[in-house]
Design a protein around this ligand. Structure first.
Ligand code: F6P
Length: 348
């Protein structure tokens, strides 16, 4: 028997505990001791670990967050950190790691694996932007949360005849904004991958007014660039009363611009970390459970340096070299589909 360590790195999301539970349960079933590492790479560097047991993971499948804690510590930034984490693994007799993370954590995992550490990655992020898997743990839950937010904005938008802007997470990818925007029936969806100019946004919202629809819902991914929408470089900073630079998020920028150009009352909601909280959906629990089991099986067969993912409904193994440093964006076809049924269809 050997020891398997498990860590969660980067931003948390619903479904991490379901994955940890599956790793522990299937690890034990394969005859391993499973060791929890606190707060991602940070805990491994600091040797901050504790044994996990069947009992400790009982009932956690429905919990949000991660019982292990997480951090954005990147061991690749400091060679001493890699040496420290290798020392910790040796001292503890941990022969292999399950690394549950998004693009940052999995890119670091690739480097750590190249330094001789046996590990297998599991993809998680509400952004769903990890290359090599159709879907990541946490995405389905976040889509459900954002869709519910859009539904709720709809009723108040309609009552007040307002434009409601919803800024959704996603620094580099608009996949969450697109999926939820489509599910919530948003009238306009703005994402970092596809340029839509303010004039086009305005004319699509004006077309709605012309046919008597006095409200609109605009979903925008936080990573959408101001200049892409405005069509010219605009400063992302305002000044507060004391003259200090004040970052203006894309949602607020868009709100001001639309109100100014269309003279329709506009309100902005920045949904923030609500999108990452709470209990995972059934889909995320199942995905996390299956990927947790697959990661342990991968370790058991002695094939390391890969990520387990899901492609076309099947579990796949993808080498970390092809995952690291890449990201997955919005499918232009799906974007087009969403926009085809959004707003108002005018006879050609
Ligand atoms: O990568 C996941 C994510 O939720 C992004 O969508 C978001 O931009 C970022 O993390 C927020 O990070 P933090 O919780 O560290 O502020």
């Amino acid at each position: 028997t050997g020891k398997i360590g498990v860590l969660t790195g980067g931003g948390d999301c619903p479904g991490l505990n379901a994955a940890i539970r599956a790793v522990v349960r299937s690890g034990i079933a394969h005859g391993y001791e499973v060791i929890g590492i606190r707060n991602g790479w940070q805990g491994l560097i600091a040797n901050d670990i504790f044994p996990l047991s069947d009992h400790l993971v009982s009932g956690i499948i429905s919990w949000g967050g991660t019982i292990l804690g997480t951090s954005r510590t990147d061991p690749v930034k400091n060679p001493d950190d890699i040496a420290a984490l290798k020392r910790a693994l040796d001292e503890q007799g941990i022969g292999a790691l399950v690394v549950i993370g998004g693009n940052g954590t999995l890119s670091a995992a690739k480097e750590v694996a190249e330094k001789g550490v046996h590990l297998v990655g599991i993809p998680k992020t509400i952004d769903n932007d990890v290359f090599g898997t159709d879907v990541t743990i946490g995405f389905d839950t976040a889509v459900a949360i954002v869709t519910e937010a859009i539904d709720r904005l709809h009723t108040t938008a309609e009552s007040h005849h307002r434009i409601m802007i919803l800024e959704v997470m996603g620094r580099r990818s608009g996949r969450l904004a697109l999926a939820a925007g489509m599910a919530g029936g948003a009238d306009q969806i703005l994402v970092p991958e596809i340029q839509v100019l303010m004039n086009e946004v305005c004319s699509s919202l004006e077309a709605r007014s012309r046919v008597g629809k006095k409200f609109s819902i605009v979903v925008v991914a936080e990573g959408t660039r101001h200049e892409d929408i405005a069509g010219t470089v605009v400063p992302a900073c305002d000044r507060d009363e004391c003259g200090h630079e004040k970052f203006v998020g894309i949602g607020n920028f868009l709100g001001k611009e639309l109100e100014r150009r269309l003279s329709i009352e506009t309100r902005v909601t920045v949904l923030g970390h609500v999108q990452r909280g709470g209990s995972p959906t059934a889909h995320d629990r199942i995905l996390a459970t299956r990927l947790g089991i697959a990661a342990v099986e991968q370790i058991h067969t002695g094939s390391f340096g890969c990520m387990v993912g899901m492609q076309e409904g099947r579990i796949v193994q993808v080498p970390l070299e092809s995952v690291a440093g890449r990201s997955q964006g919005v499918d232009p076809k799906v974007y087009e589909e969403a926009m085809n049924v959004a707003g108002i269809t005018e006879h050609k």
